[in-house]
Design a protein around this ligand. Sequence first.
Ligand code: GDP
Ligand code: ZN
Length: 399
Amino acid sequence: MSMKKPRSASWMIPNNVAKKPKKTRVAFRKNRGSRARQQNLTHHVLDNQDLAADLKNDERLSGKGEISRHRTIVSADESSTNEVQAAELNGLSAGRVLRSIGANQCQVEVSVGRVLTCSVRRLIRTMARDGRNATVAGDRVFVRPTSPSEGVIERVEPRSGTVSRGSGRFEHIIVANVDQAVIVASAADPDFKPGLVDRFLVSAAKGGVEPILCVNKADLIDTASLQPLLGVYARMGYAVVVTSTKTGQGIEQLRDLLRGRESVLTGQSGVGKSTLINAIDSRLNLKTAEVSDDSGKGRHTTRVAELLPLAGGGWIVDTPGIRQLEIWDVLPEEVEGYFRDFVPFVANCRFPDCTHTHEDQCGVKSAVASRLISPTRYQGYLRIVIADDQNWRSHAMTH
Ligand code: GDP
Ligand code: ZN
Protein backbone atom coordinates (compact mmCIF):
# COMPACT_ATOMS: atom_id res chain seq x y z
CA MET A 1 0.00 0.00 0.00
CA SER A 2 1.30 3.40 -0.89
CA MET A 3 2.94 5.51 1.77
CA LYS A 4 2.52 8.63 -0.28
CA LYS A 5 1.15 11.49 1.74
CA PRO A 6 -2.18 12.82 0.61
CA ARG A 7 -1.98 16.16 -1.09
CA SER A 8 -3.37 19.10 0.75
CA ALA A 9 -6.77 20.50 -0.05
CA SER A 10 -7.01 22.64 -3.14
CA TRP A 11 -6.27 26.23 -2.40
CA MET A 12 -6.37 28.92 -4.99
CA ILE A 13 -3.11 30.38 -3.77
CA PRO A 14 -0.39 27.76 -3.46
CA ASN A 15 2.31 28.15 -0.84
CA ASN A 16 5.14 28.50 -3.31
CA VAL A 17 3.60 31.69 -4.65
CA ALA A 18 2.66 33.25 -1.34
CA LYS A 19 5.58 32.30 0.88
CA LYS A 20 3.88 33.66 3.92
CA PRO A 21 0.28 34.53 3.16
CA LYS A 22 -0.94 37.67 4.83
CA LYS A 23 -4.21 37.56 6.66
CA THR A 24 -6.41 40.61 6.70
CA ARG A 25 -9.71 40.99 8.52
CA VAL A 26 -12.24 42.71 6.31
CA ALA A 27 -15.92 43.35 6.44
CA PHE A 28 -17.82 40.83 4.39
CA ARG A 29 -21.45 41.02 3.51
CA LYS A 30 -23.77 38.72 5.32
CA ASN A 31 -24.67 35.52 3.65
CA ARG A 32 -27.93 35.69 1.92
CA GLY A 33 -29.75 32.78 3.48
CA SER A 34 -30.97 32.69 7.02
CA ARG A 35 -28.79 30.45 9.13
CA ALA A 36 -31.39 30.02 11.82
CA ARG A 37 -31.20 26.62 13.35
CA GLN A 38 -33.87 24.27 12.20
CA GLN A 39 -36.03 23.59 15.22
CA ASN A 40 -37.78 20.80 13.43
CA LEU A 41 -34.77 19.02 11.97
CA THR A 42 -35.18 16.00 14.17
CA HIS A 43 -38.76 15.64 13.07
CA HIS A 44 -37.59 14.22 9.78
CA VAL A 45 -35.29 11.59 11.05
CA LEU A 46 -36.31 7.99 11.36
CA ASP A 47 -37.65 7.08 14.79
CA ASN A 48 -34.43 6.87 16.70
CA GLN A 49 -33.75 8.95 19.80
CA ASP A 50 -29.99 8.56 19.70
CA LEU A 51 -29.87 9.51 16.08
CA ALA A 52 -32.01 12.55 16.76
CA ALA A 53 -29.59 13.60 19.50
CA ASP A 54 -26.62 13.14 17.19
CA LEU A 55 -28.20 15.22 14.50
CA LYS A 56 -28.97 18.00 16.93
CA ASN A 57 -25.31 18.07 17.86
CA ASP A 58 -24.24 18.02 14.23
CA GLU A 59 -26.54 20.89 13.54
CA ARG A 60 -25.08 22.90 16.38
CA LEU A 61 -21.50 22.18 15.37
CA SER A 62 -22.05 22.92 11.72
CA GLY A 63 -23.04 26.52 12.42
CA LYS A 64 -19.44 27.56 11.63
CA GLY A 65 -20.27 31.24 12.18
CA GLU A 66 -21.13 31.97 8.59
CA ILE A 67 -23.04 35.03 9.66
CA SER A 68 -19.85 36.72 10.79
CA ARG A 69 -19.51 40.14 9.28
CA HIS A 70 -15.76 39.77 9.13
CA ARG A 71 -13.63 37.31 7.33
CA THR A 72 -9.95 36.62 7.15
CA ILE A 73 -8.62 37.19 3.70
CA VAL A 74 -5.48 35.37 2.68
CA SER A 75 -3.43 37.43 0.31
CA ALA A 76 -0.83 36.22 -2.15
CA ASP A 77 1.02 39.48 -2.19
CA GLU A 78 3.66 39.45 0.49
CA SER A 79 5.07 42.88 -0.26
CA SER A 80 1.93 44.93 0.22
CA THR A 81 1.08 46.20 3.67
CA ASN A 82 -2.17 45.61 5.47
CA GLU A 83 -3.12 49.23 4.88
CA VAL A 84 -2.61 49.00 1.13
CA GLN A 85 -4.51 45.76 1.06
CA ALA A 86 -7.38 47.22 3.01
CA ALA A 87 -7.51 50.21 0.65
CA GLU A 88 -7.41 47.87 -2.30
CA LEU A 89 -10.16 45.78 -0.86
CA ASN A 90 -12.27 48.89 -0.41
CA GLY A 91 -12.53 49.25 -4.17
CA LEU A 92 -13.64 45.65 -4.53
CA SER A 93 -17.00 44.03 -4.08
CA ALA A 94 -17.36 40.77 -2.22
CA GLY A 95 -19.36 38.24 -4.16
CA ARG A 96 -20.29 34.65 -4.69
CA VAL A 97 -19.67 32.73 -7.90
CA LEU A 98 -23.01 31.39 -9.11
CA ARG A 99 -21.72 29.52 -12.14
CA SER A 100 -18.81 29.29 -14.53
CA ILE A 101 -19.18 30.23 -18.14
CA GLY A 102 -16.49 28.47 -20.09
CA ALA A 103 -12.98 28.33 -18.70
CA ASN A 104 -12.30 31.87 -17.59
CA GLN A 105 -15.60 33.59 -17.07
CA CYS A 106 -18.24 33.29 -14.42
CA GLN A 107 -21.31 34.95 -13.03
CA VAL A 108 -20.86 36.56 -9.64
CA GLU A 109 -23.60 37.87 -7.39
CA VAL A 110 -22.21 40.98 -5.68
CA SER A 111 -25.41 42.00 -3.91
CA VAL A 112 -28.83 40.43 -3.75
CA GLY A 113 -30.05 40.08 -7.32
CA ARG A 114 -27.07 41.95 -8.84
CA VAL A 115 -25.03 39.61 -10.98
CA LEU A 116 -21.87 40.60 -12.86
CA THR A 117 -20.26 38.63 -15.65
CA CYS A 118 -16.65 38.43 -14.57
CA SER A 119 -13.39 37.38 -16.06
CA VAL A 120 -10.71 35.92 -13.85
CA ARG A 121 -7.48 37.84 -13.48
CA ARG A 122 -4.70 36.04 -15.30
CA LEU A 123 -2.53 35.66 -12.20
CA ILE A 124 -5.28 33.73 -10.42
CA ARG A 125 -5.81 31.55 -13.49
CA THR A 126 -2.12 30.70 -13.57
CA MET A 127 -2.07 29.79 -9.91
CA ALA A 128 -5.08 27.54 -10.12
CA ARG A 129 -3.94 23.95 -9.95
CA ASP A 130 -6.58 22.84 -12.38
CA GLY A 131 -6.66 25.35 -15.23
CA ARG A 132 -10.25 24.59 -16.05
CA ASN A 133 -11.35 25.58 -12.59
CA ALA A 134 -9.88 28.98 -11.81
CA THR A 135 -13.17 29.58 -10.06
CA VAL A 136 -16.02 27.20 -9.34
CA ALA A 137 -19.61 27.66 -8.28
CA GLY A 138 -19.72 28.64 -4.62
CA ASP A 139 -16.36 30.42 -4.52
CA ARG A 140 -16.24 33.56 -2.40
CA VAL A 141 -14.45 36.20 -4.41
CA PHE A 142 -13.56 39.88 -4.59
CA VAL A 143 -14.52 41.62 -7.79
CA ARG A 144 -13.44 44.92 -9.30
CA PRO A 145 -16.46 46.17 -11.25
CA THR A 146 -15.51 47.45 -14.73
CA SER A 147 -19.00 48.32 -15.97
CA PRO A 148 -22.54 48.06 -14.58
CA SER A 149 -22.69 44.45 -15.74
CA GLU A 150 -19.06 43.31 -15.76
CA GLY A 151 -16.07 42.90 -13.50
CA VAL A 152 -12.74 41.24 -12.89
CA ILE A 153 -12.14 38.75 -10.11
CA GLU A 154 -9.13 39.92 -8.14
CA ARG A 155 -9.15 37.47 -5.25
CA VAL A 156 -10.56 34.08 -4.42
CA GLU A 157 -10.98 33.05 -0.79
CA PRO A 158 -9.70 29.65 0.32
CA ARG A 159 -12.32 26.98 -0.14
CA SER A 160 -13.97 24.79 2.42
CA GLY A 161 -16.66 22.18 1.99
CA THR A 162 -15.83 21.09 -1.52
CA VAL A 163 -17.35 18.45 -3.73
CA SER A 164 -14.95 16.99 -6.26
CA ARG A 165 -14.48 14.19 -8.64
CA GLY A 166 -11.30 12.74 -10.00
CA SER A 167 -10.40 13.56 -13.54
CA GLY A 168 -7.39 11.47 -14.43
CA ARG A 169 -4.69 12.58 -12.03
CA PHE A 170 -6.34 15.92 -11.44
CA GLU A 171 -8.97 16.76 -8.95
CA HIS A 172 -11.93 18.47 -10.46
CA ILE A 173 -13.68 20.60 -7.88
CA ILE A 174 -17.32 20.91 -8.84
CA VAL A 175 -18.45 23.27 -6.13
CA ALA A 176 -16.96 25.01 -3.09
CA ASN A 177 -18.14 26.28 0.29
CA VAL A 178 -21.19 24.09 0.77
CA ASP A 179 -22.57 22.73 4.08
CA GLN A 180 -24.19 19.54 2.98
CA ALA A 181 -24.39 17.10 0.11
CA VAL A 182 -27.70 15.48 -0.73
CA ILE A 183 -26.69 12.13 -2.16
CA VAL A 184 -29.57 11.28 -4.45
CA ALA A 185 -30.17 7.67 -5.42
CA SER A 186 -33.27 6.18 -6.95
CA ALA A 187 -35.24 3.24 -5.61
CA ALA A 188 -35.43 1.94 -9.18
CA ASP A 189 -34.68 3.08 -12.75
CA PRO A 190 -31.74 3.21 -12.23
CA ASP A 191 -31.54 0.60 -9.48
CA PHE A 192 -30.46 1.55 -5.97
CA LYS A 193 -26.69 0.98 -5.77
CA PRO A 194 -25.34 0.87 -2.21
CA GLY A 195 -21.73 0.74 -3.47
CA LEU A 196 -22.20 4.07 -5.23
CA VAL A 197 -23.78 5.59 -2.12
CA ASP A 198 -20.74 4.49 -0.10
CA ARG A 199 -18.40 6.17 -2.56
CA PHE A 200 -20.39 9.40 -2.42
CA LEU A 201 -20.32 9.22 1.40
CA VAL A 202 -16.52 8.95 1.40
CA SER A 203 -16.28 11.86 -1.02
CA ALA A 204 -18.55 14.01 1.14
CA ALA A 205 -16.58 13.19 4.29
CA LYS A 206 -13.30 13.91 2.52
CA GLY A 207 -14.66 17.25 1.26
CA GLY A 208 -15.88 18.24 4.73
CA VAL A 209 -19.54 18.24 3.71
CA GLU A 210 -22.34 16.66 5.79
CA PRO A 211 -24.20 14.05 3.73
CA ILE A 212 -27.96 13.51 3.51
CA LEU A 213 -29.18 10.39 1.75
CA CYS A 214 -32.21 10.90 -0.48
CA VAL A 215 -33.81 7.89 -2.14
CA ASN A 216 -36.07 9.15 -4.92
CA LYS A 217 -38.62 7.44 -7.20
CA ALA A 218 -40.26 5.80 -4.18
CA ASP A 219 -43.39 5.41 -6.34
CA LEU A 220 -41.68 2.76 -8.46
CA ILE A 221 -41.22 0.06 -5.81
CA ASP A 222 -42.46 -1.00 -2.41
CA THR A 223 -39.90 0.94 -0.37
CA ALA A 224 -40.36 -1.42 2.60
CA SER A 225 -37.83 -3.61 0.81
CA LEU A 226 -35.24 -0.82 1.14
CA GLN A 227 -35.83 -0.19 4.85
CA PRO A 228 -33.21 -2.61 6.23
CA LEU A 229 -30.51 -1.00 4.10
CA LEU A 230 -31.68 2.55 4.77
CA GLY A 231 -31.74 1.70 8.48
CA VAL A 232 -28.01 0.95 8.22
CA TYR A 233 -27.35 4.51 7.04
CA ALA A 234 -29.77 6.08 9.54
CA ARG A 235 -28.11 4.25 12.46
CA MET A 236 -24.79 5.71 11.36
CA GLY A 237 -26.29 9.15 11.98
CA TYR A 238 -26.99 10.15 8.40
CA ALA A 239 -30.29 11.88 7.65
CA VAL A 240 -32.27 9.69 5.26
CA VAL A 241 -35.25 10.87 3.28
CA VAL A 242 -37.37 8.83 0.87
CA THR A 243 -38.98 10.91 -1.88
CA SER A 244 -41.10 10.78 -4.98
CA THR A 245 -41.59 13.73 -7.26
CA LYS A 246 -44.61 11.91 -8.70
CA THR A 247 -46.56 11.48 -5.44
CA GLY A 248 -44.93 14.29 -3.44
CA GLN A 249 -43.76 11.88 -0.74
CA GLY A 250 -40.89 13.28 1.33
CA ILE A 251 -40.62 16.56 -0.60
CA GLU A 252 -41.60 18.70 2.39
CA GLN A 253 -39.04 16.88 4.55
CA LEU A 254 -36.35 17.48 1.98
CA ARG A 255 -37.34 21.15 1.68
CA ASP A 256 -36.94 21.54 5.46
CA LEU A 257 -33.54 19.87 5.41
CA LEU A 258 -32.36 22.31 2.74
CA ARG A 259 -33.81 25.54 4.14
CA GLY A 260 -31.17 28.05 5.14
CA ARG A 261 -28.33 25.71 4.20
CA GLU A 262 -25.95 25.55 1.27
CA SER A 263 -26.50 22.19 -0.31
CA VAL A 264 -25.25 20.32 -3.30
CA LEU A 265 -27.27 17.60 -4.98
CA THR A 266 -25.08 14.83 -6.17
CA GLY A 267 -25.72 11.39 -7.58
CA GLN A 268 -25.89 9.34 -10.70
CA SER A 269 -27.53 10.77 -13.80
CA GLY A 270 -31.21 9.99 -14.19
CA VAL A 271 -32.06 9.57 -10.48
CA GLY A 272 -34.16 12.74 -10.54
CA LYS A 273 -31.96 15.53 -9.15
CA SER A 274 -33.25 18.22 -11.49
CA THR A 275 -36.85 17.11 -11.00
CA LEU A 276 -36.34 17.23 -7.21
CA ILE A 277 -34.97 20.77 -7.37
CA ASN A 278 -38.06 21.83 -9.32
CA ALA A 279 -40.29 20.10 -6.79
CA ILE A 280 -38.57 21.88 -3.90
CA ASP A 281 -38.80 25.32 -5.45
CA SER A 282 -40.76 25.60 -8.67
CA ARG A 283 -39.36 29.07 -9.40
CA LEU A 284 -36.06 27.45 -10.19
CA ASN A 285 -37.73 25.82 -13.17
CA LEU A 286 -34.83 23.76 -14.33
CA LYS A 287 -34.96 21.97 -17.57
CA THR A 288 -35.28 18.28 -16.95
CA ALA A 289 -35.12 15.52 -19.45
CA GLU A 290 -38.18 13.51 -20.30
CA VAL A 291 -37.83 9.76 -20.45
CA SER A 292 -36.78 8.96 -23.98
CA ASP A 293 -38.86 6.27 -25.64
CA ASP A 294 -35.86 4.31 -26.87
CA SER A 295 -33.75 3.83 -23.79
CA GLY A 296 -36.27 4.37 -21.01
CA LYS A 297 -33.60 6.39 -19.23
CA GLY A 298 -33.71 10.07 -18.43
CA ARG A 299 -31.28 12.02 -20.55
CA HIS A 300 -28.95 14.33 -18.78
CA THR A 301 -29.42 18.01 -19.46
CA THR A 302 -27.59 19.80 -16.65
CA ARG A 303 -24.13 20.73 -17.89
CA VAL A 304 -22.55 23.12 -15.40
CA ALA A 305 -22.73 23.37 -11.64
CA GLU A 306 -24.86 26.34 -10.67
CA LEU A 307 -25.76 28.02 -7.38
CA LEU A 308 -29.49 28.62 -7.12
CA PRO A 309 -31.07 30.75 -4.36
CA LEU A 310 -33.90 28.98 -2.51
CA ALA A 311 -37.15 30.79 -1.76
CA GLY A 312 -36.93 30.00 1.97
CA GLY A 313 -33.25 31.02 2.25
CA GLY A 314 -30.13 29.10 1.45
CA TRP A 315 -28.60 27.90 -1.76
CA ILE A 316 -28.75 24.78 -3.76
CA VAL A 317 -26.27 23.57 -6.32
CA ASP A 318 -27.13 21.45 -9.27
CA THR A 319 -24.17 19.49 -10.56
CA PRO A 320 -23.49 17.64 -13.75
CA GLY A 321 -24.39 13.97 -13.31
CA ILE A 322 -21.61 11.83 -12.03
CA ARG A 323 -21.72 8.31 -13.33
CA GLN A 324 -18.37 7.01 -12.27
CA LEU A 325 -17.17 8.70 -9.15
CA GLU A 326 -13.47 8.56 -8.54
CA ILE A 327 -12.50 9.33 -4.99
CA TRP A 328 -9.81 11.91 -5.20
CA ASP A 329 -6.78 11.67 -2.98
CA VAL A 330 -8.18 9.23 -0.47
CA LEU A 331 -5.54 6.68 0.39
CA PRO A 332 -6.75 3.12 0.98
CA GLU A 333 -5.70 3.38 4.65
CA GLU A 334 -7.76 6.57 5.02
CA VAL A 335 -10.97 4.98 3.79
CA GLU A 336 -11.77 3.19 7.08
CA GLY A 337 -11.85 6.58 8.81
CA TYR A 338 -14.67 7.65 6.50
CA PHE A 339 -16.67 4.50 7.25
CA ARG A 340 -18.25 5.66 10.51
CA ASP A 341 -19.65 2.23 11.24
CA PHE A 342 -16.17 0.63 11.13
CA VAL A 343 -14.52 2.98 13.57
CA PRO A 344 -15.60 1.25 16.84
CA PHE A 345 -14.19 -2.09 15.65
CA VAL A 346 -10.84 -1.05 14.19
CA ALA A 347 -9.30 -1.11 17.68
CA ASN A 348 -9.93 -4.88 17.81
CA CYS A 349 -7.67 -5.58 14.84
CA ARG A 350 -4.48 -7.42 15.73
CA PHE A 351 -2.34 -5.37 13.34
CA PRO A 352 -2.34 -1.60 13.74
CA ASP A 353 -2.03 -1.19 9.96
CA CYS A 354 -4.76 -3.75 9.25
CA THR A 355 -6.48 -3.10 5.91
CA HIS A 356 -9.43 -5.35 6.91
CA THR A 357 -9.00 -7.36 3.70
CA HIS A 358 -6.70 -10.42 4.06
CA GLU A 359 -5.51 -10.09 7.68
CA ASP A 360 -6.23 -12.53 10.50
CA GLN A 361 -7.81 -11.37 13.73
CA CYS A 362 -9.43 -8.41 12.10
CA GLY A 363 -11.97 -6.54 14.26
CA VAL A 364 -13.85 -5.27 11.22
CA LYS A 365 -14.21 -8.72 9.65
CA SER A 366 -15.36 -10.20 12.98
CA ALA A 367 -17.96 -7.42 13.24
CA VAL A 368 -19.17 -8.24 9.72
CA ALA A 369 -19.38 -11.94 10.62
CA SER A 370 -21.53 -11.15 13.64
CA ARG A 371 -23.60 -8.62 11.63
CA LEU A 372 -22.50 -5.67 13.74
CA ILE A 373 -21.33 -4.17 10.45
CA SER A 374 -23.58 -4.54 7.42
CA PRO A 375 -22.10 -6.96 4.84
CA THR A 376 -23.26 -4.55 2.14
CA ARG A 377 -21.17 -1.81 3.69
CA TYR A 378 -18.17 -4.14 3.90
CA GLN A 379 -18.59 -4.93 0.19
CA GLY A 380 -18.70 -1.19 -0.49
CA TYR A 381 -15.48 -0.75 1.50
CA LEU A 382 -13.71 -3.54 -0.37
CA ARG A 383 -14.68 -2.08 -3.73
CA ILE A 384 -13.17 1.25 -2.77
CA VAL A 385 -9.92 0.06 -1.20
CA ILE A 386 -9.13 -2.63 -3.72
CA ALA A 387 -9.79 -0.41 -6.74
CA ASP A 388 -7.96 2.50 -5.16
CA ASP A 389 -5.01 0.40 -4.08
CA GLN A 390 -4.56 -0.66 -7.69
CA ASN A 391 -4.74 2.98 -8.78
CA TRP A 392 -2.10 4.00 -6.28
CA ARG A 393 0.19 1.14 -7.25
CA SER A 394 0.06 1.96 -10.94
CA HIS A 395 0.55 5.60 -10.10
CA ALA A 396 3.64 4.80 -8.02
CA MET A 397 5.12 2.72 -10.84
CA THR A 398 4.73 5.35 -13.51
CA HIS A 399 5.93 8.31 -11.41
P1 GDP B 1 -31.07 13.90 -13.01
O1 GDP B 1 -30.21 13.44 -14.16
O2 GDP B 1 -30.64 13.26 -11.74
O3 GDP B 1 -31.17 15.38 -12.90
O4 GDP B 1 -32.55 13.32 -13.30
P2 GDP B 1 -33.82 14.06 -13.90
O5 GDP B 1 -34.38 15.03 -12.92
O6 GDP B 1 -33.51 14.55 -15.26
O7 GDP B 1 -34.85 12.84 -13.96
C1 GDP B 1 -34.62 11.70 -14.77
C2 GDP B 1 -35.96 11.04 -15.10
O8 GDP B 1 -36.55 10.50 -13.93
C3 GDP B 1 -36.98 12.01 -15.67
O9 GDP B 1 -37.64 11.35 -16.72
C4 GDP B 1 -37.93 12.27 -14.53
O10 GDP B 1 -39.24 12.57 -14.97
C5 GDP B 1 -37.89 10.96 -13.79
N1 GDP B 1 -38.21 11.11 -12.36
C6 GDP B 1 -37.74 12.05 -11.50
N2 GDP B 1 -38.24 11.88 -10.27
C7 GDP B 1 -39.04 10.79 -10.32
C8 GDP B 1 -39.85 10.09 -9.35
O11 GDP B 1 -39.93 10.44 -8.17
N3 GDP B 1 -40.52 8.99 -9.79
C9 GDP B 1 -40.46 8.55 -11.09
N4 GDP B 1 -41.17 7.47 -11.43
N5 GDP B 1 -39.71 9.20 -12.02
C10 GDP B 1 -39.02 10.29 -11.66
ZN1 ZN C 1 -8.88 -5.17 10.46
